[in-house]
Design a protein around this ligand. Structure first.
Ligand code: ADP
Length: 566
């Protein structure tokens, strides 16, 4: 996949590669120029050659400067394009994953993946190709010059190289392990920050500032320790190269020194060789460094691949059936566990088309889980859920979801204007329709007095609005979507009496003529419902209307008695 990203940029890549070859080979050419400099200018005293040799050397530097700027620009361009494409693909992929995945991977960790890991890859990628490619070419050209002068000397210069193999391999494994650990720790840090900032009021009211700062300190210290270990081990590879280069120099001097003293070889040849070796030293060290950097990029890449390889468990069918005409919803012996914990244990009921069905029961009974099942945020382990007689798993996912609007207790608002929060990206809504919807959802009531009206921003997660206002925005969204099925999770404590009356009225208008399922807390809704399903521990314990259930004198009657309703 990484290769696919690169493949799409191959024309630019080849330009960059060509520039790198030119830039890299200037070093070889430079050391090669030293031979005429010493032997013809200095030893043979050909004064006329000064201009030629000097000019050629200056020209090489000029070429190097030009190609280095160009190749760097082109490579930065490619690497940024690649990493942004990767970020977009990553987000697109993450959005297909299901509930279970998001429980395992908190938002902070995912943000760190999309930003941190792709950036880590991009940064090192740039170092790897920009530095690595050029340095490889430089090394090839420099060793070419060295071999052309004396293959034996070259061999002697490389005498320490075998010493590098084992320690380098060990260091690389260590670096990869530490990077993996550091990326995990960075995810924890992001998750921690996300939780602190989202729960800022709880942190302040519970006087948890010091506690949270303490936990954060522990986290960043862990990251720091891993990072120091990683940097230190990354630095050992070029350090090892230093040692082996030192050995090589020594060996060449021992071997070549004698030959020059005896006049077998010219000083120019020796200088040219020595310069080639000296110039090879920096690229070699950098390459050694890059091998460490590459390990950390590989660790980030591994994490990214792991994410790309995570398949959504909820998939649309290959051959979707057409949407049924009826919106009758039926659950047939549905069983569902979160991990090992069974939540629904053989749940069966029918919500008739066009009617209101209320789900009642203690908290934890599985009522919200039912809503998740209907919109296929989660699939049952056993049993089936049908819409108009068709199993939900046989319907196209997008089509299925377009049948539902939901108004939850905590409306998920975005940090955009109220208008945008109601329209949710739709641009085909006439101003008259919008006005009608805002009126019906009682949004107009609180928007009218605002200085910026509909263009007031809702704040992060809608925090600039009150609970009741947020819910009315959610109702406006549902009215705007105008879907045949409605899922309502009634707010209870979030609303004051005045808001509650307005929200209740708006909800009642909204549910007219739609198949409505409501998780009911207010007994007024329950009483008006066409059917009441009483749930406990993932099963239906009773169902009927308010009157029949009261008369039966079971759980529901006891519940009503507790709430002093007759
Ligand atoms: P209700 O809406 O009736 O209060 P829920 O459907 O929200 O009940 O939850 C039913 C049970 O499932 C609860 O015990 C809850 O702890 C558990 N539960 C809900 N969602 C998850 C989840 N994503 N992961 C693990 N357990 C969950």
């Amino acid at each position: 996949m990484w290769r696919d990203y690169l493949r799409s940029h191959w024309p630019l890549m080849s330009v960059a590669l060509l520039l790198m070859v030119i830039e890299g080979s200037t070093l070889g050419a430079l050391s090669w120029m030293l031979e005429p400099l010493f032997d013809r200018v200095f030893s043979a005293k050909e004064a006329g050659m000064i201009w030629w040799v000097g000019g050629a050397i200056f020209g090489l530097f000029l070429l190097r400067a030009l190609t280095s700027v160009l190749s760097r620009t082109v490579l930065t361009n490619i690497s940024l394009k690649t990493s942004t494409a990767m970020q977009v693909d990553l987000l697109r992929h993450i959005l297909t994953l299901d509930q279970g995945f998001f429980v395992r991977n908190p938002p902070g960790a995912l943000i760190e993946r999309v930003q941190g890991d792709t950036q880590a890859v991009q940064g090192t990628w740039q170092v790897f190709i920009a530095g690595g490619g050029r340095d490889m070419v430089a090394l090839v050209s420099l060793f070419g010059v060295a071999i052309s002068i004396d293959p034996i000397w070259t061999l002697a210069a490389l005498i320490g190289a075998p010493l590098l193999i084992v320690p380098t391999a060990l260091a690389q494994r260590y670096i990869r392990r530490k990077t993996r650990q550091m990326r995990e720790e960075s995810s924890d840090r992001a998750t921690h920050l996300d939780e602190v900032f989202h729960g800022i009021n709880a942190v302040k009211l519970n006087r948890m500032e010091d506690y949270q700062v303490g936990r954060f300190t522990a986290l960043v210290n862990k990251i720091r320790r891993s990072q120091v270990k990683m940097s230190a081990s990354t630095a050992t590879i070029p350090a090892l190269i230093d040692v082996t280069t030192g050995l090589g120099f020594f060996a060449v001097l021992l071997l070549g020194g004698g030959e020059i003293i005896s006049g077998e070889r010219s000083v120019g040849e020796f200088m040219s060789f020595f310069t080639a070796m000296a110039l090879a030293f920096q690229p070699l060290r950098r390459l050694g460094n890059i091998s460490g950097t590459w390990q950390s990029a590989a660790a980030s890449l591994e994490r990214l691949y792991g994410l790309f390889d995570t398949e959504p468990t909820i998939r649309p069918p290959a051959q979707p059936k057409p949407l049924p005409a009826s919106t009758e919803i039926r659950l047939e012996d549905v069983r569902l566990s979160y991990g090992q914990t069974p939540v629904l244990r053989g749940l069966s009921f029918t919500a008739e088309a066009g009617k209101t069905t209320a789900l009642v029961g203690p908290s934890g009974a599985g009522k919200s889980t039912v809503f998740g099942l209907l919109t296929r945020l989660i699939d049952p382990n056993e049993g089936r859920v049908t819409l108009g007689g068709t199993d939900l798993r046989d319907l196209d996912l997008a089509e299925l979801r377009s049948q539902f609007s939901s108004v939850a207790q905590e409306a998920a608002l975005f940090d955009e204007t109220i208008r945008e929060n109601v329209l949710l990206g739709r641009d085909d809504v006439s101003p008259e329709t919008l006005a009608r919807v805002l009126e019906a959802a009682h949004v107009q009531d609180f928007v009218a007095p605002l200085a910026e009206g509909l263009d007031t921003r809702a704040g992060p997660r809608g925090s600039a609005l009150s609970g009741g206002q947020r819910q009315r925005v959610a109702i406006a969204r549902a009215l705007m979507r105008d879907t045949p099925i409605l899922l309502l999770d009634e707010a209870t404590s979030a609303l004051d009496t005045a808001s509650e009356a307005k929200v209740a009225q708006a909800l009642e208008d909204l549910s007219q003529g739609r198949t409505t399922l409501v998780i009911a807390h207010r007994l007024s809704t329950v009483r008006n419902a066409d059917k009441i399903v009483v749930m406990a521990e993932g099963r239906v314990v009773e169902e009927g209307t308010h009157e029949t259930l009261l008369a039966a004198g079971g759980t529901y009657a006891a519940l009503c008695q507790m709430q002093l309703v007759d």
